[in-house]
Design a protein around this ligand. Structure first.
Ligand code: PRP
Ligand code: MG
Length: 210
């Protein structure tokens, strides 16, 4: 039975595809085409290109045996999967940010938090004892404090350019984020050798990024 691999569309996925290709795997993958599934018959691997936030869903349900996902999504979805390998790519931080020089402190009142990651934000502020209201957004999170939709944001920061360009700054760093290779638990039982072999190939390429 072939191995099914879920790849997120976008930069992380493209970097992963490059790694596979330099190892002679997935040479049929064409990121520029509109096709979403590619078969590498020679290596007996099927690749599916998915929206970043859907990779975990496909892996958890066993449609994909393994997948590449940001640690942010792994934390947010709290899915029943294995995290098998921490990659050197996709490195960034999850941070609390807001308008530069205007850090808002709220003891007994509710802090309005705009984010793509409601579960991560809820857990983080609950440990701190800060009451919050989540405003769930799907992108351009940085606009929320500027336009008065929220007090702060919880979002990924890589270069910090988006924050800077919008007059925001980091108030607190929350977590270090990176790409992970994740696996379906049953797949790991029955396709362990093939999964391990594939991860070793990626590891060899990924170590060049360290
Ligand atoms: C991501 C993230 C930040 C930005 C961080 O957004 O949500 O906005 O990148 O990168 P930087 O620190 O290097 O600027 P993305 O570009 O994915 O857009 P979206 O949030 O609108 O989906
Ligand atoms: Mg963004």
């Amino acid at each position: 039975m072939s191995l099914t691999v879920a790849i997120p569309k976008g930069r992380l996925g493209n970097q992963t595809i490059d790694m596979f290709k330099s190892a002679g795997i997935g040479e049929t993958i064409d990121e520029d085409s509109r096709k979403l599934i590619f078969e590498d018959k020679k290596n007996d691997i099927v690749f599916m290109l998915l929206k970043n936030s859907d990779v975990i869903t496909y892996v958890e349900n066993g449609v994909a045996d393994i997948g590449i996902s940001g640690k942010d999504m792994v934390m947010e979805k709290n899915a029943d999967i294995y995290e098998l390998y921490k990659m050197n790519i996709g490195r960034c931080k999850m941070s609390v940010a807001g308008i530069k020089g205007k850090r808002i402190f709220k003891d007994d009142t509710i802090l309005n938090v705009a984010t793509k990651f409601p579960e991560i934000a809820k857990k983080y502020f609950s440990v701190k004892g800060q009451k919050i209201k989540i405003i769930k957004l799907n992108g351009s999170i940085e606009l929320a404090p500027i336009l008065g939709l929220s007090d702060v944001i919880v979002d990924l920061v890589e270069t910090g350019n988006t924050l800077k360009a919008n007059g925001l700054e980091i108030f607190d760093d929350m977590y270090d984020i990176n790409a992970m290779i994740i696996s379906n638990k049953i797949s790991y039982k029955f396709k362990r050798e093939k999964i391990k072999e594939t991860i070793e190939i990626i590891r060899a390429e990924d170590e060049k990024n360290d």
